[in-house]
Design a binder for this molecule. Sequence first.
Ligand SMILES: Cc1ncc(COP(=O)(O)O)c(C=O)c1O
Length: 387
Amino acid sequence: MPGRPFLQIPGPTLVPERIVRAMSQPVIDHRGPTFGALVKECLDGLREVFKAPNGHIVLYPGSGTGAWEAAIVNTLSPGDRVLACVNGHFAAGFARTAQAYGVEVERLEVPYGEGAPVMPLEARLAADTAREIRAVLVVHNETSTGVTSDIGAVRAALDRARHPALLLVDTVSSLASIDVRHDAWGVDVTLTGPQKGLMLPPGMAILAISERAVTAGDKARCPRAFWDWRPVLERNRRGEFPYTPATTLLFGLRESIAMLREEGLDNVFARHARLAEACRRAVRALGLDILCKNPRQYSNTLTAVVMPAGFDSDAFIRQAYASLDLSLGIGLGDVKGKVFRIGHLGSLNELELLGGLAGVEMALRDFGVPLRLGAGVAAAQEFLLGA
Ligand SMILES: Cc1ncc(COP(=O)(O)O)c(C=O)c1O
């Protein structure tokens, strides 16, 4: 199809021209004279994005799933107990990764559409007088449900319970779109991928880690080779990696950081909040429900929309793609076939969002869902003009 592709999934997101151009250059020698400076710029820039001035950055070729594995194997040992907040498909995946390494996973489950359960978490931590729980696992922005959990509140719960557990947080679909504060929240591992807020193509696992996490890494006994962060930290000090890094993505990452600096992180967050609110107003004006029920937990990077009764969201998404070349996120896990997800993150502006929303309306109507064409777009426009 000619024109801009409507990749309206919650990541990967469209890669801006500037980043494409930054990556369009010959691959350089990763042991050559210019590579060290590129690595340093990327690591320093990421410390800013993670708000981790005291943290260390660890980069691997990989994906968010690999970042889960790196977080687990470098901080834990088989037989360790962890508390995992499970409120969606990705939170369940994080917990499953720990289980695969023989870690005892205690699941604090809440229904899809709710945030990390802070009160039960605090109660469980307080009851753990023997301090057996080694880590708490939370997904900041659950991409399967469009729910953002309050990591500051999770930190406060750990503090009130005076519990020394490590805090491991997935920010795959929040970093560089929704405020993430690695140091201020006392997070030990904040993990992400490049293909969402960072506006890059997929292909990396990115972590910010605390000094406590580094110390835990020296004692952890989970088997590890590729994901062992000790050689990465050691070689990074000399501007190198213990493997062939994703050189081209690093050119893109440097440009992405420059773009985020130019816009300013607070403005990036405000833009995401504004576009997200416009999207939610559009969804409501179409008479559809948002899966997330608590407005304080609405995600600013995606909206999970409940498909009206009698309509299958998988079939709807297939049809939207076939007829309009519009990509929407499918329902995952417990809400498979029941929701579709509109991504509104990364390099996105108002008119692009409105185009995507117009596509959603057309596709729903074409699929047989009764609605008034233009109602959602108009609600979003009203908000964007008035806000
Ligand atoms: C919150 C969250 N965690 C983890 C992942 C897994 O990342 P990846 O698909 O890059 O392996 C995703 C992917 O969308 C995600 O949204």
